[in-house]
Design a protein around this ligand. Structure first.
Ligand code: MG
Length: 377
């Protein structure tokens, strides 16, 4: 096979996104097809409990939405900007609105070309790009009349159990949150402060179910981190996520050699090019659409991570059922799911994926399969 034939066959299997299309490729609707209508929006999502991690505490989150209308079909996408990466919803909106003329002139059937152009034109703003990508995928699934898990060749029955996350709080509120999460067989506990042992003790005073522990880069001394992980290994903990700061890779490698539990990378793993350098540092990787810039790159990263021997996890930020459902459609591919960001809300505008005793139940409707909360009520 010569090079031209190789590239041709790669394209036939949808690998064009891996190689990257030339940014100059036309995304225009062409053939007299009607142009698209792309609109953006910011929605304030209210939290049931104040959400506290090492990084921040808040009662609401603003997330960014894209509506991609073409040929009588509207695809909806959402991105939850990550404060850690200095992103916010306004920034995402400004960036996407700036390329609105290109998006309005594009045909979502060529979504690979459209996303190549989006990635070329917008520096950073990964949550903004994720919203565009998810809207395009929702549009495509609806156009083809298939749910997105089916588009990716996945079986909805293989969707994993999601854990339920417990933010940092007082022992009393921690106990209350753990009781409220009685339906979930696995909990993810946020730690990373001086009160870690107290937090785990509060959880263990209510339940003995398996835990996942996320330090969100909070432990800065590797000896202390090793001791904490040793203690956690006697607490029925499955793994520890991002114990130390993302760029402290040599300390993390030292820790990995000694750690009594598997280590999962989150903040250290944002983009495809991060994955190879994490071999020997983490046992698994937490992939989130808001970090990768959408479903296409998340799919690629899951495949890369698996090929390099990592366990894989799909995670999320606090976001509505739009973004969570997009991730859930890829979840039959991964070992672990942490897709509960919508369950923390009191005003989720959509219904999509649901949860039954932790098991993710994917909607069977075309595309993302979302319905507006008001029509579902
Ligand atoms: Mg995390």
């Amino acid at each position: 096979m010569n090079r031209r034939e190789l590239l041709k066959s790669a394209g036939a299997f949808g690998l064009a996104s891996v190689a990257g299309l030339p940014a100059s490729a036309s995304v225009a609707a062409g053939n007299g097809a009607a142009a698209s209508q792309v609109t953006t929006d910011i929605i304030r999502l209210k939290l049931r409990h104040t959400w506290t991690t090492v990084m921040s505490a808040s009662n609401y989150r603003d997330t960014f939405f894209v509506h991609f209308k073409h040929d009588g079909i509207t695809g909806i996408g959402e991105g939850a900007p990550i404060v850690r990466y200095k992103e916010d919803a306004q920034g995402a909106q400004v960036a996407v609105n700036a390329i609105k003329p290109m998006l309005d002139a594009s045909n979502p059937e060529y979504f690979q070309k459209v996303m190549t152009e989006v990635n070329h034109r917008i520096p950073g703003q990964w949550a903004g790009k994720a919203a565009v990508d998810i809207a395009l995928m929702d549009w495509m699934g609806q156009k083809l009349g298939v749910p997105l898990y089916e588009y990716f060749g996945l079986n909805a029955e293989d969707a994993p159990i999601t854990d339920f996350s417990i933010g940092i709080d007082t022992p009393e509120i921690t106990r209350q949150k753990v009781r409220e999460a009685a339906d979930f067989p696995i909990l993810k506990i946020k730690v990373g402060l001086d009160t870690d042992e107290q937090t785990i003790a509060a959880v263990r005073s209510v339940t003995q179910k398996p835990l996942r522990v996320d330090a969100n880069e909070g432990w800065t001394d590797r000896e202390v981190a090793a001791r904490k992980i040793d203690w956690l290994s006697k607490q029925n903990v499955q793994f520890v996520e991002q114990p130390m700061p993302a760029d402290r890779l040599e300390d993390l490698r030292w820790l990995h050699e000694r750690a009594a539990l598997p280590l999962m990378g989150d903040e250290s793993c944002r983009h495809p090019e991060d994955i190879p350098k994490l071999v020997g540092i983490f046992d698994g990787l937490n992939i989130k659409l808001d970090k990768t810039g959408g479903m296409g790159t998340a799919f690629l990263m899951i495949q890369m991570a698996r090929a390099l021997g990592f366990k894989t996890m799909l995670g999320c930020m606090v976001s509505s059922s739009c973004s969570i459902t997009a991730a859930a459609h890829l979840s039959p591919l991964v070992d672990y799911a942490d897709l509960d960001g919508n369950l923390l809300l009191s005003n989720d505008p959509y219904r999509g994926v649901t949860v039954d005793h932790g098991k993710l139940i994917l909607p069977r409707r075309p595309g993302l399969g979302l319905v507006h909360a008001r029509s579902a009520a």
